[in-house]
Write a new protein. Structure first.
Lengths: 214, 214
DNA sequence: AAAATAAATGTAAATATGACAATTAATACC
DNA sequence: GGTATTAATTGTCATATTTACATTTATTTT
C-alpha cells in the first residue's frame, strides 16, 4: 500500500488567511489544483516526509506542522491504493520564496475562493480549517503566521479573519497582553498610520499558557 | 508499506476507567501485552478495519470510534516497515462478551496499572487518554461508556475518574441537566441505595451542545 | 494648532464559576 | 410508625470572566 502525505499550508498576507495550492504537473489529474504532497519514503517518517515536501515547496524548514488525520478510503486515489496522512502547516507568507511559484505552479488562495481540488483534498482543507480554529482558541498558534515582528492591530486582524468576526480593540489588547507572551519593542511601524504602531514579538514555547480571544 | 490500525478501547466498570489489552499470540513479541490491532485490507478503509478489529475483539458493532493519529517512525515495528493508524473506542463494558477474553487473552486494566506494551503502544495510550479528556470537556462523549440507562451518581463518578478529581454534586447536576441531553425516567435503580437513583438516558446527536463539568 | 489614530484604561451589566449549606423526597430497616 | 440514609434539588454568596461601550492619553503628520 502506498503511504503519502498532503499538506494544507496556511499563510496570512495582512488582509486574509490564505492557503497554498499547486497545479499538478503529473498524472493523474494533470493541470488540476491540489494540496502539496508526496510519498513517504522507506527511510523517513511521515513528519519527515511532510517537512521535506514543505521544504521543497516553500524553501522553508522548521515550519509549524501538525498531523491532522489520515485519509484511507479505498478508491480515494483512482490509480493505486494510497492512504494519505494529512498535515497542516503555518508559515510566514513573507518568507515564502515567490520564485518557487513558477517551479511548482503554486498559488495562494483566499479560503472563500478555493478552486476545485482533486481526490479528497477539499475535505482535508475543511478539516484543516476547523482544526486551526479549534486549536487556536486554546493555544498560541496563529503567531506562526506572522513575521517575528508584528503589530497588535495586525494580530487582531488575523484573529478576526480566522474567526470571521470582529473583536473589541480594548478587550483584545487586554486579553492578548495578559498572556505574557508578547514583548513590546521600542520601535514602531509607521506604514500607513499617523501615530505608528508598536512592534511586538512573541515568546515561543512558553509553558502551559493558553488563551482565547474575546 | 504495511498499514495497520491499533485501538485503545476504553470501558468504565462503575468504579474506574479501564482499557482493554490483549496478550499477543503471535510474533513478534509473543506473550507481550499490546493494543488490539490488525492490518488494513485492500478492500477496506482504516475505519472499516478498526471496526472489524473491534467486532472481532468485543463482539460489538457501531462503537464510538475516533481516529487519533498515525504513527510512522521508520523502526517502530522491528520486523517490517509498518505505519499504524491509532484509534480510540468507547464501549459499554457490560456489553462486552467475557467469553472473548479467553479467545484473545484480553484483559481490562485500570489506567494506573497498565503493563508494559509493545512498540509505540504506550504513546498511543497516552495520546488516547489526553484526547479523551480534551474532547470530553467540550463534547458529550463519556456517555458512550455507560449503558443506555444509567444514573446521575454513576455519571458523576465516571467524570471524576476521567478527570481524576471530585466535582460538587449540586453544581454537577445543574450543569449536566442544563445541557438538555438527559432524560429522566420514571424508574429507579435500587441497588445499594436507600432512596434509589433515578434512571436517566441521553439523547445522541443533539446538535451543537457542548459542556464542561464544573 | 488640529486631525488622526494607536494604546491603554474605565466602567458596568450580564454571565459563569466554585464552594458550601440547606431542603425536600423516597425508601429501607428497626 | 419512626428513624436513618441518601438522592435530588435548590439557595446563596463571593469571585471571576465576558462583553459592550466609552474615555483618556500619547504620538505623530499635516
Amino acid at each position: 500500500m502506498i503511504v503519502a502525505v498532503d499538506c494544507s499550508v496556511f499563510g496570512f498576507d495582512g488582509q486574509h488567511l490564505k492557503i497554498l495550492l499547486i497545479k499538478r504537473g503529473f498524472e493523474p489529474c494533470v493541470e488540476e489544483w491540489s494540496l502539496m504532497g508526496g510519498f513517504v519514503q522507506p527511510d523517513e517518517s511521515a513528519d519527515e516526509a511532510a517537512n521535506r515536501v514543505l521544504k521543497t515547496l516553500t524553501g522553508l524548514s522548521g515550519l509549524y506542522l501538525e498531523q491532522l488525520q489520515t485519509y484511507t478510503k479505498v478508491d480515494r486515489d483512482p490509480i493505486e491504493r494510497t492512504v494519505s496522512i494529512a498535515f497542516f502547516a503555518l508559515i510566514d507568507i513573507h518568507q515564502y520564496e515567490q520564485r518557487l511559484n513558477d517551479q511548482f505552479h503554486a498559488e495562494w488562495f483566499k479560503l472563500d475562493e478555493i478552486p476545485d481540488l482533486i481526490f479528497d483534498h477539499p475535505q482535508m482543507v475543511q478539516t484543516a480549517r476547523q482544526k486551526l480554529r479549534y486549536k487556536a482558541a486554546l493555544h498560541p498558534l496563529l503567531f506562526e503566521l506572522l513575521p517575528q515582528r508584528f503589530t497588535l492591530p495586525l494580530l487582531q486582524s488575523l484573529f478576526e479573519d480566522v474567526y470571521e468576526t470582529k473583536f473589541d480593540k480594548g478587550n483584545f489588547s487586554r486579553k492578548i497582553i495578559s498572556t505574557g507572551m508578547l514583548i513590546k519593542q521600542k520601535e514602531k511601524d509607521r506604514a500607513g498610520s499617523k501615530k505608528g504602531r508598536f512592534i511586538i514579538s512573541w515568546i515561543k514555547n512558553i509553558t502551559g499558557r493558553t488563551f482565547t480571544p474575546s
